[in-house]
Design a protein around this ligand. Structure first.
Ligand code: CUA
Length: 163
């Protein structure tokens, strides 16, 4: 009887997950936490916002005890953007206030979020997973500017304006 109930519940879960298209929030991409800052995608010169030749906008940040690097990323509103995060130390989490962006950043994996910002302004992005004594000091800013004002440099990189 119990087995039948468990099977029935599981089949409902699987059916609704498939029929409504529900899946885990992130893709599964592994990254070595011990070397991610030295070479590759999350090396320092690759962090921040960059616009690819095909126009794809990607922002990369390292979440580390106890800061996001860089402290601010610039992005346009009204366009699809991809955010990618990696941690070299412990589990962090983040949300961007006023948006649907909310993810964990687990060492060993790249956390990826696709979104479109509908508002502009300096949005606070705190760490929301207790990561140590400096947890409450760990936050960043996402500077969302109107699409017309988003002007990456000739190398495709965009950084925050001082205000
Ligand atoms: Cu990082 Cu809390």
């Amino acid at each position: 009887m119990v087995a039948v109930l468990v099977a029935a519940i599981l089949s409902v879960v699987v059916y609704t997950a498939i029929s409504v298209g529900i899946n885990p929030p992130s893709n599964v991409e592994r990254i070595d936490p011990k070397s991610l800052h030295l070479t590759g995608e999350f090396a320092e010169h690759n962090l921040g916002t960059s616009v690819a030749a095909d126009g794809a906008i990607t922002a990369r940040m390292v979440a580390t005890q106890f800061a996001f690097v860089p402290r601010c990323i610039a992005l346009p509103s009204g366009k699809p953007v991809t955010l990618r995060f990696a941690s070299p130390d412990v589990v962090h989490g983040l949300l961007i206030t006023g948006t649907n962006v909310n993810t964990m950043v687990v060492p060993g994996y790249i956390a990826q979020v696709h979104t479109v910002f509908t508002q502009t302004g300096d949005l606070l992005m705190p760490c929301h997973e207790y990561c140590g004594l400096g947890h409450s000091e760990m936050w960043a800013v996402v500077q969302v500017v109107p699409e017309k004002e988003f002007k990456p440099a000739s190398d495709g990189r965009a950084s925050c304006e001082k205000r």
